[in-house]
Design a protein around this ligand. Structure first.
Ligand SMILES: Cc1cc2nc3c(=O)[nH]c(=O)nc-3n(C[C@H](O)[C@H](O)[C@H](O)COP(=O)(O)OP(=O)(O)OC[C@H]3O[C@@H](n4cnc5c(N)ncnc54)[C@H](O)[C@@H]3O)c2cc1C
Length: 447
């Protein structure tokens, strides 16, 4: 094993991984291929470049994104500290001046005495660990190929087709019914039946709704991947009612009522606190999704844990490939971090980078590293990544639907969320004390 940590990619995850390890007193060799090898979306050579929005999510203290940022603050996160320092007014969100934000992170990493910063593409996975691969959704083609060879093609995905996820407590279950098609197996799906009139109104609104334009590099992916619901809708009046909204075998189990179309909701977790709308991957804007999907009977007051999306991505099938210690099974010392490990979002990517960086540093320091409890935001994300769930593995952003623990059964939403947050911060505090908070012990001049 090397006496230093190799980190590949200085995006949101790699920057944080390198920082956490370096602040723990470990030497880090950090590779970043930009600006010499650009990606289709990055525009600069700076670290932690925000490729699209300049928002790092909600600052509302009762929200899951706030909790995640708070846990990272408690970990002395370089990314979140730089965001706080370069925040711009954005209502309830933490938005940043993207140039100042990335410039500060770049400076902190370039000047850190424990970091050797190499501006090169690393096309291969280093044999000797520990290594953190944090090369993101646009991993260079050569390295993607290497990863596919190591993992097997079937474990590497190249696009996301995400259906929206709904807070179960916001569904009006008096208008829905549990059933499986033709009564086969257990009645696991929650079904929202539609009359012809309701279907027509829904279709009409869907066709008129505003869509997010596809980027040039996303188009090929789009054609080989799952079709967005609105694209299917545009093919003909009955395409949806013969496709993802087909009603056959789904008459109401008590009344026998037959529907013109049925939208099916599938449990996202064992606890049944979150449901996804089956087959509703979409390029509709977030406000458009709220407006139109709330036309579905039972979803009039739906709260969205995650919006639907379709975009280019590269990520590994983490629950199959990673062990409970976050390392690749059979390859101790090899970590994936950031979006490539199956999380979605800037802050989520940074959190996974922090964990991989700290774990890799502990290996070098020969100290044990325990992942944070599942009741914390970082722990909940790790659980999503490491524990095989229902259906195929898909990237996830932080949301209350990922949390487990007795607080999640509190009925009142406000009380429930505030209990989840208090518990998470309490547990994180104990975890930090137990792990001796490796990072933050040594102070560096920059950052
Ligand atoms: C088009 C697009 C828009 C997005 N918009 C948002 C948004 O608005 N909000 C949001 O929260 N999330 C967004 N995301 C999702 C995600 O949060 C970001 O992609 C985020 O940057 C992921 O962080 P990361 O560290 O995993 O990857 P990145 O930030 O992309 O970092 C990976 C780094 O690795 C480098 N690299 C790649 N291959 C190699 C190699 N072989 N050798 C050396 N370096 C390499 C890259 O140059 C890059 O700097 C978007 C994703 C995409 C693709």
């Amino acid at each position: 094993m090397n006496s230093y940590l190799t980190v590949v990619g200085a995006g949101l995850a790699g920057s944080e991984a390198a920082w956490q390890a370096a602040e723990s007193g470990v030497s880090v060799v950090l590779y970043e291929m930009r600006p010499h090898h650009p990606t289709p979306v990055h525009k600069t050579g700076d670290c932690a470049e925000l490729v699209c929005s300049n928002s790092l999510g909600s600052m509302n203290e009762a929200s899951a994104p706030f909790l995640l940022k708070q846990e990272l603050r408690n970990l002395n996160s370089l990314v979140i500290r730089s965001a706080d320092q370069h925040a711009v007014p954005a209502g309830a969100a933490l938005a940043v001046d993207r140039d100042l934000f990335s410039a500060q992170i770049t400076r902190a990493l370039e000047n850190h005495p424990n970091i050797t910063f190499t501006r090169e593409e690393l096309p291969v996975i280093p044999e000797e660990g520990p290594v953190v691969l944090a090369t993101g959704p646009l991993t260079s083609p050569a390295l993607s190929q290497e990863i596919a060879t190591l993992m097997g093609d079937e474990y590497l995905y190249f696009y996301d087709a995400l259906s929206p996820i709904i807070d179960a407590s916001s569904i009006d279950t008096s208008k829905t019914f549990f059933a499986s098609r033709y009564g086969k197996g257990t009645a696991d799906y929650l079904n929202c039946g539609m009359s012809r009139e309701q279907y027509d109104a829904f279709l009409d609104a869907l066709l008129k709704a505003e869509k997010v334009a596809l980027k040039e590099f996303e188009k090929p992916v789009y054609f080989e991947g799952c079709m967005p619901i609105e694209e299917l809708a545009s093919r003909g009046h009955k395409t949806l009612s013969f496709g993802p909204m087909k009603p056959v075998g789904l008459n109401h189990p008590e009344t026998g009522e037959r529907f013109y179309a049925v939208v099916q909701l599938r449990k996202e977790n064992k606890e049944g606190t979150a449901y996804n709308i089956v087959g509703f991957q979409t390029k509709l804007t977030y406000p458009g999704q709220k407006e139109i999907f709330r036309m579905i009977p039972g979803l009039e007051h739906a709260e969205f844990f995650r919006h639907g999306a379709i975009h280019r991505n590269t990520y590994v099938n983490a629950p199959e490939l990673l062990g409970p210690d976050f390392q690749v099974k059979g390859r101790p010392g090899l970590y994936f971090a950031g979006q490539i490990v199956g999380v979605e979002g800037y802050v989520e990517s940074c959190a996974m980078g922090a964990m991989a960086g700290l774990s890799g540093a502990c290996q070098i320091l020969n100290k044990p590293f325990h992942l944070p409890p599942q009741e914390t935001a970082i722990g909940a994300l790790l659980k999503h990544v490491l524990v095989k769930g229902r259906g195929s593995f898909q990237p996830m952003n932080i949301n209350f639907g990922l949390f487990t623990g007795k607080e999640t059964s509190i009925r009142d939403k406000k009380t429930r969320n505030s209990a989840i947050i208090s518990r998470a911060l309490e547990l994180q505090k104990s975890w930090l004390e137990e792990t001796g908070k490796l990072n933050g012990c040594s102070k560096s001049s920059e950052g």
